[in-house]
Design a protein around this ligand. Structure first.
Ligand SMILES: [Zn+2]
Length: 475
């Protein structure tokens, strides 16, 4: 029997507000434990939470950017459970009346367009963090994260493959980064995801028994965990065995999913509306105002790069995968209006050094204008494409302008035909055998001669000119 996977994802994104969702405590990552806490986020009796306006705005922006219908009124609810990192004994979330519903995200997987439904986006607070001692049998609790604002984005079970899951996640993360409302850092947990996976016979309508997967803190782990889980479930089903409804964790060292808890141990949260918080009312005017503030989003920008600059889809995808990189590209094109050449340089040379230095585009010592001028110098024939790479590296290392590097290194290309021709004659005289073979029809040897000339001129000969000279002399 052939099976198909049904995957739904729950994404938690930490909003980039300066303060927590219901109190004024700071949200900065990495502060000493329990230094960013107060009566409200510690759940002291008599304290009252008040919703952070910025957090609401950010959540609404994400809802607008994913075409959700925003509910005119949504309600905060208490999700009750006990855990040592949860001082109140409940987490403030939204349940029956979430902020927004019925959204979507369009993705592309191997060239095929897919639309993934978004069931809902709601707001909630984060819990604290347990720190387990490695030397003693004790655990500590850090409440700094308690009350940090999150949005939870729940997808429809529309995803069919691990690749689609990863593209969907990347798409969501791109939007969050474009909106500048989340830093998208998966390792620090500010963008995290749980998955529901089940299998059913291909063509069937009903869903199979689903397993929840947790603890996947990179795109690579999401893909690996889903692939493993689909294999595991398929093997069980083809042996005629049943899938147990449970929560499983991705074990990165063993590269497998392991059972964490069964259905019997699943929490019954007993949600109820939080009496301390008034319902959230969002007006049409407020939404219209926020909609005006939305930047151009990744999918739109990707499409525009293809139409406006004529770059291939692949280039458009790479360039727009990072807002700063896309901005950089557009600024460089302003200086040197040959988009495909700029795109090649950004994707190959610039991304290569950024990766090597583990740096972000914002810290690039080569400004987009300087890169544009460098490419213009190649276009003019002042330097060759090969020399440009050397110049680029020097610009990266020193932050100098291309003109200054070329001057300093004496890298100007030799375009003086007379000088090159003299050198070419000497090279031919020194290689009579190759010259005879070339004349006898082995024209591939042209590359050999040009190479010799390049060597002699330390790469400063203009390559098209060198080709031309040898072709003429070896006739
Ligand atoms: Zn607080």
């Amino acid at each position: 029997m052939e099976y198909e996977a049904v995957i739904g994802l729950e994404v938690h994104a930490q909003l980039l507000t300066a303060s927590k969702i219901f109190c004024g405590c700071a949200t900065a990552f990495g502060a000493p434990p329990n230094t960013q806490v107060c009566e409200v986020c510690l759940g002291m009796p008599g304290s009252l939470p008040v919703l952070n306006k910025k957090a609401l705005e950010y959540a609404l922006k994400m809802a607008l950017a994913t075409d959700c219908r925003i509910n005119p009124e949504s309600v905060f609810a208490r999700k009750n459970y006990f855990y040592p990192d949860l001082p109140k004994g409940y987490q403030i979330s939204q349940y029956e009346s979430p902020l927004a519903e019925h959204g979507r995200l369009d993705i592309k997987v191997n060239g095929d367009a897919r639309r993934i439904g978004i069931t809902r986006i709601h707001m909630e607070e984060d819990a604290g963090k347990l720190i387990h001692s490695e030397t003693r049998p004790v655990s500590f609790v850090d409440f700094n994260r308690t009350g940090v604002p999150l949005i939870e984005i729940v997808s429809e079970p529309d995803i069919r493959t691990p690749e689609e899951a990863v593209e969907y996640l990347k798409g969501l993360r791109d939007i969050l980064l474009y909106l500048e409302i989340c830093d998208g850092n998966m390792e620090e947990g500010s963008f995290r995801c749980d998955a529901n996976v089940s299998l059913r016979p291909r063509g069937a309508r009903e869903f199979g028994v689903k397993v929840e997967l947790k603890n996947m803190n990179s795109f690579r782990f999401v893909k690996a965990a889903l692939e493993y889980e689909i294999r595991r479930q398929r093997a069980l089903l083809s042996e005629g065995r049943e899938i147990v409804q449970e929560t499983r964790l991705w074990d990165t060292t063993a590269s497998q999913t392991v059972s964490m808890r069964g259905k019997e141990e699943a929490h019954d949260y007993r949600y109820f509306p939080d009496p301390d918080l008034v319902p959230v009312r969002v007006s049409e005017a407020q939404l219209a105002d926020l909609a005006k503030q939305l930047p151009e989003l990744p999918n739109a920008r990707r499409a525009r790069f293809q139409t406006e600059y004529g770059v291939p889809e692949y280039d458009a995808e790479v360039l727009t995968s990072d807002k700063a990189l896309a901005d950089y590209f557009e600024a460089a094109v302003k200086e040197f209006p040959h988009p495909k050449q700029v795109s090649n340089w950004v994707m190959v040379e610039l991304l290569r050094v950024l990766k090597k230095e583990e740096a972000g585009i914002a810290s690039s010592p080569v400004t987009p204008a300087a890169l544009g001028r460098l490419l213009a110098l190649v276009e003019k024939g002042t330097i060759s494409g090969k020399q440009a790479k050397t110049v680029f590296e020097e610009m990266w290392a020193t932050g100098q302008d291309p003109e200054a590097v070329i001057q300093e290194k004496g890298l100007v290309q030799i375009t003086d035909a007379g000088a090159l021709e003299q050198a070419a004659r000497e090279i031919i005289a020194a290689h009579p055998k190759e010259a005879a073979e070339y004349k006898a029809g082995k024209t591939k040897l042209l590359g050999f001669f040009v190479g010799q000339l390049m060597k002699r001129t330390k790469g400063q000969a203009n390559p098209p000119l060198a080709n031309e000279i040898f072709q003429k002399l070896l006739k």
